[in-house]
Write a protein that binds this ligand. Structure first.
Ligand code: 2P0
Length: 351
């Protein structure tokens, strides 16, 4: 974490008083983008090239508890430098689904590094973080989105800052871009913004519920990804000729999807979301070295979705930076879709 990020956090907190209670607790949902975020225009502030639109997954997400564990040592002057990394020897204690994560694990390091940005407000304390994912880990759903959203909300609860959702969204964005969207339920739009300072890049709720909306998770592979999405998007932006057309397509798709939510036009929503996801994968395929998240099973299921749709079943798909497929359909077709795709895990985003 760096100075630019520390300054940004200070600006967003805007002098809010930190009055730590015993622990902070929060839950944030996972989300699936219908119009994808792919590419950064600023790595330090995690600012996206394009705006994105997602749907949050109700009670599937991350629950986080956080408490300070070394308040006494924290007041020692040697540790009093704002924005400095955690002092040696007093690590944060990071638990994932009940298991203490090794200090050097990528999971614990990523969380500790994010907490470095907030440590000065807590007298440079260290934290115990307990994170529980209610998303089945094997489902291939990103946990960084709900993870960083829940972490920011839990920190806010611990400190008593009383941040509004816009500020929470901007802080969560620093941890992981898609976390900006996980601050909200239902349909969510993350506006890319244009301000280099990053103060207009945050998510907002789209106030429109669609109770019949269903998402089906088709788990095809739980093997670790060869390239994480952060490196993947950087490589795409740097090397893919096709990426040049992405910002324009994403902007148009977002407008269309937004309108289909208002108009309850599921067919156009599904078609636009599916095309958006495949266009994102096209930019990846055109990168060098090529980024191929799609596995043979993924391709097979893409063809199957096309086939059952041609036979009259209204089902569409979306795919993130991985091999698994998420199906989009309405309640009226739930039985038929489940029959066509055995083993599907169906989610009701609106409860
Ligand atoms: C999305 N993805 O809109 C897109 C679609 C993956 C493909 O947001 O670098 O983990 O932490 O900002 O949020 C995954 O990217 O990336 C993602 P960072 P993040 O859901």
């Amino acid at each position: 974490m760096n100075d630019i990020q520390s300054q940004f956090v200070k600006k967003i907190l805007n002098g809010a008083q930190t009055m730590p209670k015993e622990k902070g607790v929060a839950f944030a949902p996972s989300n699936i983008a219908l119009c994808k975020y792919w590419g950064k225009r600023d790595a330090a502030l995690n600012l996206p090239v394009n705006s994105s639109l997602s749907i949050s997954l109700g009670d599937l997400g991350t629950r986080t508890e956080i408490r300070c564990i070394d308040v006494e040592q924290a007041s020692l002057p040697a540790q009093g430098q704002a924005g400095m990394p955690a002092p040696q020897g007093i690590p944060d204690m990071v638990y994932l689904n009940g298991e203490l994560q090794p200090v050097n694990s990528s999971f614990a390091k990523r969380i500790s590094s994010f907490l470095d940005l907030f440590r000065p407000m807590f007298g440079n304390a260290h934290f115990e973080v307990r994170t529980e994912n209610t998303i089945p880990t094997a489902a291939g759903l990103a946990s960084s989105a709900s993870g960083f959203a829940a972490l920011v909300m839990a920190l806010d609860d611990l400190a008593g800052w009383g941040l509004d959702k816009k500020r929470r969204s901007m802080l969560a964005r620093l941890g992981s871009g898609s976390a900006a969207r996980s601050i909200f339920d239902g349909f969510v739009q993350w506006n890319a913004g244009t301000n280099p300072a990053g103060t207009d890049s945050f998510a907002e709720k789209i106030d429109n519920e669609w109770p019949e909306f269903r998402i089906g998770i088709l788990e095809l592979s739980s093997a670790p990804k060869p390239v994480g999405s952060r490196d993947g998007m950087n490589r795409t932006v740097a090397t893919s000729e096709l990426y040049k057309s992405w910002p324009q397509q994403a902007a148009a798709d977002l407008e269309t999807i937004r309108a289909t939510i208002d108009a309850r036009d599921f067919a156009l929503l599904g078609k636009t979301a599916e095309r958006n996801a495949l266009a994102m994968h096209a930019t990846m395929l055109a990168a060098w070295p090529p980024l191929i998240y799609l596995q043979p099973e993924t391709i097979e299921q893409i063809h199957k979705v096309q086939r059952v749709r041609a036979e009259g079943l209204e089902v569409y798909l979306t795919i993130d930076a991985g091999p698994n497929i998420k199906l989009l359909f309405l309640e009226e077709n739930e039985a038929a879709v489940t029959t066509a795709f055995p083993g599907l895990q169906t989610i009701k985003p609106f409860g």
